[in-house]
Design a protein around this ligand. Structure first.
Ligand SMILES: Cc1cc2nc3c(=O)[nH]c(=O)nc-3n(C[C@H](O)[C@H](O)[C@H](O)COP(=O)(O)OP(=O)(O)OC[C@H]3O[C@@H](n4cnc5c(N)ncnc54)[C@H](O)[C@@H]3O)c2cc1C
Length: 398
């Protein structure tokens, strides 16, 4: 099976930043992408908050990110990841083009648009219903259309749509938008944008193409028709985690499927990291995705280096005695200190391993409980005991 050091899934801003940092740290880095490198930003025309660039189209920025990763010789592969499996402690990335064993994996598969789920939405997708203003705005030159949503993306994309449409209704279920003040003020000052407050889309109707939306006022319950030629849906996003299904049991996920990490971007599975919009986090933007990617790559580098070190200490020598202790249990820390003193005074060689931080290595070796004293011969376990005191250590070492 193909073996790689760092496998990054997803070539959006998070994955591409991770690739730059991974390569600069000297890791063998493979990026798997099922679509176009750059990710979600490819479908917006307005990026004005990437520091150092006052204005860029999303595809220009995505292209620059990709070129940057290529410059440092990250390897790209066009494929879809269908599953990640843990087999005897190894991480196997299952793609539609074969399996790859990875030392570390960064999940950077981002997020996708949430659907309204109302009648007509699926039927008219591509026939008036759209989730991408940059892709479809030009079809609505001089028309009256609607945007559904109230966050930054909805309000900013409504502004972009007014370059083509004559009138853009922005339908929101509350009486104010969630977008930031700058975006809100810009939209409200735009004479082509007409907010419709406290309303939800009950159905999308027409003969072959969208002709009207049926709206329900959530306060009064009133039902009304809104004639429009198109409907752009921007009602939030959901994480792209289908490859973690069907049971979502590989890594810890928060409500909605967002992946839980610590501030090193580590998931609860050793050697699996997550970065970007896929994470359970406060702000999903290019700048935070890129920051996550950088952190994840450096944490992956530290993890891989640690694993290589462990292998060179435990597996490669002809013979080795090692003491595995937990760095969070005082009694075990005390035992390690005593054992270190004994090794120094007696000249005996003992490798000291934090079995808490290197749980997977302990598991791989078949260590069920800490502390553990082991003797390895030619990479295989020869003896394993649980030392209660320093006397047990002395006896084991002989
Ligand atoms: C319309 C719109 C406008 C936006 N405007 C701005 C803005 O002005 N400023 C800003 O900072 N942010 C903006 N954003 C948000 C920004 O695009 C995201 O925060 C950012 O792209 C997240 O990066 P990411 O790398 O985490 O994920 P993504 O960009 O979502 O990239 C994930 C990548 O993973 C790939 N992938 C998914 N599943 C798989 C799989 N199973 N196998 C292989 N590959 C897979 C996808 O194809 C995708 O390329 C906007 C988003 C949208 C949709």
């Amino acid at each position: 099976m193909e073996k790689r050091e760092l496998v990054i899934i997803g070539a959006g801003p998070a994955g591409l930043a991770a690739a730059v940092y991974g390569r600069r740290a000297g890791l063998d880095t493979l990026i798997l992408e099922k679509g176009i490198a750059g990710g979600q930003i490819n479908i917006t025309d307005e990026i004005e908050n990437w520091p150092g660039t006052i204005h860029s189209t999303g595809s220009e920025l995505g292209e620059a990110f990709r070129k940057h990763a290529e410059h440092f010789k990250a390897e790209f592969r066009s494929c879809t990841v269908n599953k990640i499996e843990l087999r005897s402690g190894s991480k196997i990335v299952v793609t539609d083009q074969g399996e790859i064993e990875a030392e570390a994996v960064i999940l950077a598969t981002g997020a996708s648009f949430r659907k309204l789920g109302c009648p007509g939405e699926a039927e008219f997708t591509g026939a008036g219903v759209s989730y991408c203003a940059v892709c479809d705005a030009a079809f609505f030159e001089g028309e009256t259309i609607a945007v559904v949503g109230g966050g930054n993306v909805a309000v900013e994309e409504a502004g972009y749509l007014t370059k083509f449409a004559d009138k853009v209704y922005v339908i929101h279920r509350r009486d104010e938008w969630r977008a930031d003040r700058f975006a809100t003020e810009q939209a409200l000052a735009n004479p082509k944008i007409v907010p419709i407050w406290n309303s939800v889309v009950q159905s999308i109707e027409g003969e072959g193409v969208v002709e009207k939306l049926v709206l329900r006022n959530v306060k009064s319950g009133d039902i009304s028709d809104l004639p429009v030629a198109g409907c752009f849906v921007f009602v939030g996003t959901e994480p792209n985690v289908s490859y973690l299904k069907p049971d979502n049991s590989l890594v810890e996920q928060a409500k909605g499927g967002w992946i839980v990490t610590n501030d090193r971007m580590e998931t609860n599975v050793e050697g699996i990291f997550a970065a970007g919009d896929i994470r359970d986090k406060y702000l999903r933007q290019v700048v935070t995705a890129a920051g996550d990617g950088a952190v994840a790559a450096m944490a992956a580098y530290a993890y891989i280096s640690g694993q290589l070190h462990l292998r060179s200490v435990l597996i490669e020598p002809e013979e080795v005695i090692a003491l595995f202790t937990s760095s969070i249990e005082q009694r075990q820390i005390d035992l390690q200190v005593q054992a270190e003193k004994f090794a120094k005074e007696s000249g005996k060689k003992i490798a000291f391993i934090d079995g808490y931080r290197n749980g997977k290595m302990a598991e791989k070796l078949g260590i069920a409980k800490l502390p553990a004293l082991i003797e390895m011969k030619k990479g295989a376990m020869a003896r394993c005991e649980e030392p209660k005191t320093i006397e047990d250590v002395k006896k084991f070492v002989g």
